[in-house]
Design a protein around this ligand. Structure first.
Ligand code: SAM
Length: 628
């Protein structure tokens, strides 16, 4: 997404970690001195629960669903949908909004889920009336009554499910959400003394195909505030959308949470416990999921998971060291054999054998080390996220590109490589992302982060790259953000020369149309540089580029300047450039439509927003390793 304000995680929605920190104390990974401002819990202003669903609203574009679909397809998803939505609500700030949506028309996946979460939240969550929003969107109100389809039979209430002994059917699937257990007076004692509802012992009648003569349930919740989008209203797919607002903390509940059971040790036990809880809900016990309870369960789950992953890591570590020593032994054997036949003088074949063996040894040691480093991250298979704090490298970058002091480096740079000496990419993160990362360290890295930050600097690994005074080049994704802060290694090219660069990819200094520009290019220091398109009458090089300027990363070599942009992106830029020139020539483009900003964006904003969504005029270009 080319944004510094995004963290992509990979968790099951219903188990999204709470990241609740009880202390504000640095554990060494803390990068901010401003502890009083650091967050202690990961809560959200907005949550979108676009839950897994039967997808029958996508029938028109997914014809396969015609073959697979049956009326009961939503039943198996209903409980998961409730759990995901409840987790979303418990992670939502008071005053925050959550959208619950599906691409299904099935009320069991839609209104029934919304009704159940409203019941569980007992007034702390409300449906928002959005009928005045997007007036051109044709929508229908949510349903307040429906029946449940199961194995070819329509069920009007949970009574029917009991009668027919439908195990997969739960009370919350019906409009009232009632399980009717407490409404029946004719309870009997079973043989083993357990209380049994008289209706439960009614045997299912195979001949029943519909029992819709039973009472029809109607929900008393304002489910009509939900939105239904149907295909035939405006030639779309079908969607269900409910906007919910959290007006207060979720209610306290009887202590039925997993933690009250005392001795849970594995995630699967916790999961089982969660399912037990769901079963209790099914059986009508008034167990309500709340912020705190969910939190407790998840904390326990996370602790258990930590124990498990620590054990797994230890085991993996052991295995690796075993394997490494086996490889080491083999290498020593080879080296020894080589030594034994080493009758030749130095430089002969045996020595080369020996050096091959030594190389092998180094390689395998490197591989072992790499693997070891990989699994030392909290999440197996996911690179760790680490703050980049190598002052030597940071200072060399700052000095080489003359980066203005106001650019917030401290605490805003991260890497995914545990080995500080071999960092290849440095990512820039916004203030809000930085705060979440800080918190994540404090809570033992509960977040499984798959992607974070904007790629800002990349190590130049080519031979010539290693000769440059700064071994890090500015990546295309990060360029628009750092552009206004660059004061060295930056030149402004005339439209003609800029165009030629994109066309020919590499131009000798003497061949630029603007000889002065060619000379300035020749005077740059060997390494990465930035070439900005000079706009209209802006002739001075001292006008600082803003984030909306068109700029590309180039490589200043010994005799020429080469673009570090893919051929495809060069082409796209060329097209944009000619369109822009054409419009300017016709005098139809107002300055503001070019998105030109007068001054540097505020980089230290509370949420770093200005940084995140750089102007569309700023190029999004892919990097290439240009060489002469
Ligand atoms: C309706 S789709 C979301 C589509 C997405 N919003 C988009 O616009 O592309 C639901 C997604 O939830 C994922 N999913 C399934 N089970 C999940 C779970 N327990 N937690 C989180 N996501 C889940 C599915 O793989 C699927 O990609």
């Amino acid at each position: 997404m080319c944004t510094a304000n995004l963290i992509v995680t990979n968790h099951e929605g219903q188990h999204f970690p709470g990241c609740r920190s009880h202390k504000n104390i640095s554990n060494g990974s803390e990068t901010t001195n401003n502890l009083e401002q650091s967050i202690t819990q990961l809560l959200f202003d907005r949550v979108l629960c676009d839950v897994p669903c039967s997808g029958d609203g996508t029938l028109r574009k997914a014809p396969d669903i015609w073959r697979k679909w049956n009326g009961g397809m939503g039943n198996g998803l209903h409980c998961l949908q409730i759990h995901i939505a409840m987790r979303g609500l418990s992670l939502l700030k008071v005053g925050g909004r959550m959208v619950y949506s599906t691409c299904s028309m099935n009320p069991v996946e839609n209104e029934a889920v919304v009704a159940e979460i409203l019941r569980r939240c007992g007034g702390s969550v409300e449906l928002v009336d959005v009928s005045n929003e997007l007036p051109q969107l044709i929508r229908r109100p949510g349903l307040t009554k429906w029946k449940v389809r199961d194995k070819g039979v329509w069920l009007s209430s949970f009574k029917d499910a009991r009668k027919l002994q439908r195990n997969g059917i739960v009370p919350s699937m019906f409009p009232s959400g009632k399980n009717y257990a407490d409404l029946t007076n004719n309870n009997q004692k079973s043989e083993n003394g357990e209380s049994v509802n008289a209706e439960d012992i009614v045997q299912p009648d195979d001949t029943i195909s519909s029992i819709d003569d039973l009472e029809e349930e109607v929900s008393d919740l304002s489910l009509q505030l939900c939105m239904r989008i149907v295909p035939h209203d405006q030639n779309t797919g079908a969607f269900f959308i409910a906007v919910l607002q959290k007006v207060s903390h979720l209610p306290a509940i009887p202590d039925k949470s997993a933690t009250s059971q005392g001795k849970l040790s594995t995630r699967s036990e916790l999961h089982e416990n969660l399912s037990d809880q769901a079963t209790e809900e099914i059986n009508g016990l008034e167990v309500t999921s709340v912020d705190g309870a969910d939190e407790k369960i998840l904390e326990e789950a996370s602790k258990a998971e930590e124990n498990i992953s620590e054990m797994a890591l230890e085991a993996a570590d052991e295995k690796i060291s075993e394997e490494t020593s086996e490889v080491d032994e083999k290498i020593s054997e080879v080296a020894l054999e080589a030594d034994l036949v080493d009758d030749e003088p130095a430089g002969g074949a045996p020595e080369s054998n020996s050096s091959e063996a030594a190389d092998k040894k180094t390689d395998s040691a490197k591989t072992g080390e790499k693997r070891k480093l990989q699994i030392q991250g909290k999440w197996k298979g996911v690179d760790p996220v680490l703050f980049f704090q190598d002052e030597t490298i940071i200072n060399s970058i700052k000095a080489f590109y003359g980066i203005d002091e106001s650019f917030p480096f401290t605490g805003h740079l991260v890497t995914r490589n545990k080995d500080a000496n071999h960092v290849k990419r440095i990512y820039y993160v916004s203030k809000s992302v930085k705060d979440v990362l800080d918190l994540n360290f404090r809570v033992g890295q509960q977040l499984k982060i798959t992607s974070v930050g904007l790629k800002m600097f990349e190590r130049q690994s080519s031979r010539e790259g290693s000769l440059a005074p700064c071994s890090f080049r500015i990546s295309s994704e990060g360029l628009p953000v750092i552009l206004p802060y660059i004061t060295k290694q930056i030149l402004y090219a005339s439209p003609a020369d800029f165009k030629h660069l994109l066309q020919y990819k590499s131009i000798k200094f003497a061949d630029f149309v603007d000889a002065d520009f060619g000379q300035k290019a020749a005077d740059l220091i060997l390494g990465c540089c930035v070439i900005v398109l000079r706009e209209g009458d802006k002739l001075s090089d001292h006008i600082q580029a803003d984030a909306s300027a068109i700029a590309i990363g180039c490589w200043k070599g010994r005799s020429s300047l080469s673009v570090m942009v893919t051929a495809m992106d060069c082409q796209e830029l060329l097209e944009r450039l000619s369109a822009r020139m054409e419009t300017e020539k016709n005098g139809t483009l107002a300055p503001e439509s070019l998105g030109v900003l007068d001054k540097k964006q505020d980089m230290s904003g509370e949420n770093g927003t200005p940084l995140e969504d750089h102007n569309v005029e700023a190029m999004k270009i892919q990097d290439t390793n240009a060489s002469e």
